[in-house]
Design a protein around this ligand. Structure first.
Ligand code: FMN
Length: 190
């Protein structure tokens, strides 16, 4: 199913066609070369002072790390996300080498996740960002250092038909039109 954007001007097809489905093919396996490409795209994101304050955890459906992450999902995310082929936890290094707070770390990590998302969609996969998970549990289970802050889990895989969603509420969301604020609300000046 496609949900192309309504834009006043033509956008790059990957950007125009990207959206966040919840119906995933539970049998799809992503070749490691594609997983590497996702990470390379993230690695080459810009960052303040080229500090690259992003760190990733990769889990493949069925492996022990995936099972740990499944348990950290909250609410309705538990119903759909486990069908993804891989989870990527995107974290930010919130403290600089000099011990001071790294003020742009979240922004930088978000940029890297954005580029990863574009590369994945370009390669025929879908990516759904998940903020609804237990960050403290992830920190504990993976024994993360204090300065590493998990931000999102990316559910990446092959899109399936909306009919594969058993839950009616999920199906309704899947079929709902995508909406955005108008540009006039977003541009404060200019
Ligand atoms: C930081 C962040 C957290 C999100 N958390 C969730 C989530 O926990 N569960 C979910 O189903 N979608 C989640 N989403 C997906 C958004 O709901 C989705 O991107 C938004 O509705 C726009 O839809 P689109 O990506 O299809 O354009 C999250 C997105 C972002 C960027």
């Amino acid at each position: 199913m496609r949900k192309s954007v309504e834009s006043s001007v033509e956008l790059h097809p990957v950007l125009a066609e990207r959206w966040s489905p919840r119906a995933y093919d539970a049998d799809a396996v992503i070749p490691e070369s594609d997983v590497t490409a996702f990470l390379e795209a993230a690695r080459w994101a810009p960052s303040a002072n080229n500090a690259q304050p992003w760190r990733f955890i990769i889990a493949r459906r069925g492996d022990a790390h995936f099972q740990i992450l499944e348990k950290t999902l909250m609410g309705f995310n538990q119903q759909w996300a486990p069908n993804a082929s891989i989870f990527v936890v995107v974290s930010a290094l919130t403290t600089s080498k000099d011990g001071k707070p790294h003020t742009t770390a979240m922004y930088d990590a978000g940029l890297s996740a954005g580029l990863l998302t574009v590369e994945a969609h370009h390669r025929g996969y879908v990516v759904h960002q998940i903020g609804g998970f237990d960050r403290d549990a992830v920190k504990k289970e993976f024994n993360l250092d204090e300065e590493i802050a998990p931000i999102v889990i990316l559910a990446i895989g092959k899109q399936a038909s909306s009919d594969s969603l058993a839950n009616e509420e999920l199906k309704t969301r899947e079929l709902a039109p995508r909406t955005r604020l108008p540009l006039s609300d977003l541009v404060l000046v200019g």
